[in-house]
Design a protein around this ligand. Sequence first.
Ligand SMILES: [Zn+2]
Length: 249
Amino acid sequence: MRIKNSLAVVASLQFGLAGPSDCHVYALRGPEGVVLIDAGAGTHSHELLHNLRSDLPGCTLTALLLTHAHMDHCGGAASVREATGCAVIAAVPSKAILETGDEEASGLRVAREQGVYPADSRLTPCPVDLTVRDAETFSAAGVEFTAFHVRGHSPDSFCYLTRFSGSPWLFCGDVVFYGGVLGVINAAGSGMSGYRIDLPKLGGLGVEGLFPGHGLFTLRGGQCHLDRAIAEVRKGFLGPQIGQEGLTF
Ligand SMILES: [Zn+2]
């Protein structure tokens, strides 16, 4: 599903693209190919790649950039890498989870018990070709990104800022959603303490395009959603959370 000339959503449970457990998987065309942001759950990687070919024809997938190691975002990493030879880029805290297929650290075991995923869901280990750290600037498919480590949804959650025609775009995984909704979930490693410390990093970025892993995205005025979330985190009581909004499954 094309959003702009160089941006498409190629998997998404909510838009009915590819698999029923897939987050929004964004495909961004750069000067050196396409970079995927997240990989979906891996049950429908073939369909994801078919969507990519039809949305951005003639492009080569050169990089896969992961926001965190939850199943709906990273489960397809191994199959996408194997099918395309793309380089998998992940943050340092995600690397060990991905490379060992650690279902405890990824949260998959608990999420399976909670009924979020089918009982036969498995996390296929995937090599990580490049790791990134907080505040690091790096290139994927010739697109320059800056990494922001923002704990709260999960200990390994990262957001990635880039510029598209001079306009700041933020791919924010499950950290923040449209309307300033936070991604706190009932799982180990998720909670407000990470948000209190790290979310202010997303202040003052002048973000226009805001592209979360679920729900609405926007091409304009993304910073106001980030600022609302930052304001909520400063209050003494919990603000809107992803489960309350029914944003995911
Ligand atoms: Zn997540």
